[in-house]
Design a protein around this ligand. Structure first.
Ligand code: NAD
Length: 494
């Protein structure tokens, strides 16, 4: 069965592909089937057929043939046209794709529509613009030599996608890879493969040459692993946990693949006495509670200077209680859906319990929400030991720890006391302090007076165990090209 008719909770019916998308068409998978569950009800939605190792081989062969064939013959301007066409079709289908992601992942439909799909559309448009502006340099060394560089595509790119922003993460990876002239094999997360499978239809309609985009749903331990270790794959771009990133790095070492890893975080948010407290409360709230806390850059550790600590903690809890409407992702006004899966639900509750046992104080929330689905109350801890697991480990749920500091040095030391280094935020009205602290924070992204506001033109990625390489902006072009140096002898004779 290549597809099935699915009716979404908002009443929209459509044909959902459930098989592999290889070489421009859907075909049956030969790997293990796996279940897709609606996290709002914990009920089975459908079963998707996973790609086996042999299916991965087939996709790599199709991608390689496309890379060596038609795709390398077209001009950069034509590549840009294809990306623009993909953007137009995403724009046309944005309501449907947003609803698919809301159903599959539990994120509010309105958020999927206004944030994820808008960003996905813009990312394709943005890289359409880059496609014909990727070139090397001429390098002046001596009158007898002409040296220049070419920025060439890497080839077959495996792209392993997480479940927290299913379609948007696909866009972040596919668009720059194609703009640079690569071909891709997308491996969506097993929790949320539906919008990626639907993307195959968009690729068909846009008329991309067969094999340029392939989509392989499947388990990470089978399909993801086979892709990461495949000798015919030139690059792996991954977003997910640091542990899986480590394992991908090992698999990718077989042929020294180029890798981009966008892994976990435990990002700090620092609030100084002089901050605009009202703004700090709002940004800090979004920084941890958006997407039910399932964001790699979530600012899950809040450090507040002692002069405003009590005021901030009270205002933060009041605001959280007032604005966080938890519930059915398809209901208007809901900003906080369920956790994506039973595994994530259990994991977050386990951390809440561990925090309680370690003696931290719960100011708000602290338990699951009774009823069907994987809903958890937004949870605010204080008075946690800096070594407690809720302070040190990535929870990936709506759980924040608020702690106190006295001096700027103490705040920076606490903020940097983590193996992660994805993002950090600082709130102050003193311009010099904001920039000074931003430079001292060991993180790939620092926000001054905001949190979590990424943009497709600005590089995204982490320091330390939060990853390798950068996505987005012109930096993604480095991640998807390699440099060839050409030496032209203009007269030196031997
Ligand atoms: P994960 O890292 O295991 O999964 C992410 C992707 O990697 C999925 O597509 C998965 O199928 C694939 N994968 C898993 N094992 C693989 C392997 N050995 N080789 C190749 N691909 C593999 O994440 P998870 O288990 O779904 O979630 C666990 C934790 O990961 C979360 O609690 C959270 O802390 C973190 N996470 C982070 C992000 C992020 O945006 N940084 C996203 C999702 C999950």
């Amino acid at each position: 069965m290549a597809s099935m008719n699915l009716t979404l909770p908002n009443g929209v019916s459509y044909e959902q592909p459930v098989d592999l998308f290889i070489n421009g068409s859907y075909r049956a998978a030969t790997g293990e089937p796996f279940d897709i569950t609606d996290p709002s009800t914990a009920k089975l939605v459908l079963t998707v057929n996973g790609a086996s190792i042999a299916d991965v081989d087939d996709a790599v062969n199709a991608a390689r043939a496309a890379f060596d064939g038609e795709w390398s013959e077209i001009t950069p301007v034509e590549r840009g046209d294809y990306l623009r066409k993909l953007a137009e079709l995403i724009d046309r289908d944005r309501a449907l794709i947003a609803a698919i992601d809301a159903y599959d992942s539990g994120k509010p439909y309105s958020v999927a529509l206004d944030a994820d799909l808008d960003e996905s559309y813009n990312v394709f448009k943005y890289y359409a613009g880059w496609a014909d502006k990727i070139y090397g340099d001429t390098i002046d060394t001596s009158p007898s030599k002409l040296a220049y560089t070419l920025q060439e595509p890497l080839g077959v790119c495996g792209q392993i996608i997480p479940w927290n922003f299913p379609f948007m993460m696909l866009a972040w990876k596919v668009a720059p890879a194609l703009a640079c002239g690569n071909v891709v094999i997308v491996k969506p997360a097993e929790q949320t493969p539906l919008s990626a499978l639907y993307f195959g239809k968009i690729v068909q309609e846009a008329g991309l040459p067969d094999g340029v985009v392939n989509v392989l749903p499947g388990l990470g331990s089978v399909t993801g692993k086979a892709l990461a270790g495949h000798l015919g794959v030139d690059k792996i771009a991954f977003t997910g946990s640091t542990n899986t990133g480590r394992s991908i790095m090992k698999s990718a070492s077989a042929n020294l693949k180029n890798i981009t890893l966008e892994c976990g975080g435990k990002s700090p948010l620092i609030i100084f006495d002089d901050a605009n407290l009202e703004q700090a409360v709002k940004w800090a709230h979004g920084g941890i509670m958006d997407n039910s806390g399932q964001v790699c850059t979530s600012t899950s550790r809040i450090y507040v200077q002692d002069g405003v600590y009590d005021d901030f903690a009270k205002a933060f809890v009041d605001y959280t209680k007032k604005v966080t409407v938890v519930g059915d992702p398809f209901k208007q006004d809901v900003q906080h859906g369920p956790q994506v899966s039973k595994a994530q639900f259990d994991r977050v509750l386990h951390y809440i319990e561990a925090g309680r046992k370690a003696g931290a104080k719960i100011l708000s929330g602290g338990s699951k929400i009774d009823g069907e689905g994987y809903f958890i109350q937004p949870t605010v801890f204080t008075e946690a030991d800096e070594n407690a697991s809720i302070v040190r480990e990535e929870i990936f749920g709506p759980v924040v720890v608020i702690s106190k500091f006295a001096t700027e040095n103490e705040a920076v030391a606490k903020a940097n006391n983590t193996s992660y280094g994805l993002a950090a935020a600082v709130f102050t009205e003193k311009i010099s302090r904001g920039h000074r602290v931003a430079r001292k924070l060991q993180a790939g992204m620092v926000w001054i007076n905001s949190s979590g506001d990424s943009h497709f033109g600005i590089p995204f990625g982490g320091y330390k165990s939060s990853g390798i390489g950068r996505e987005l902006g012109r930096y993604a072009l480095d991640a998807y090209t390699q440099t060839k140096a050409i030496h032209v002898n203009l007269g030196t004779e031997l």
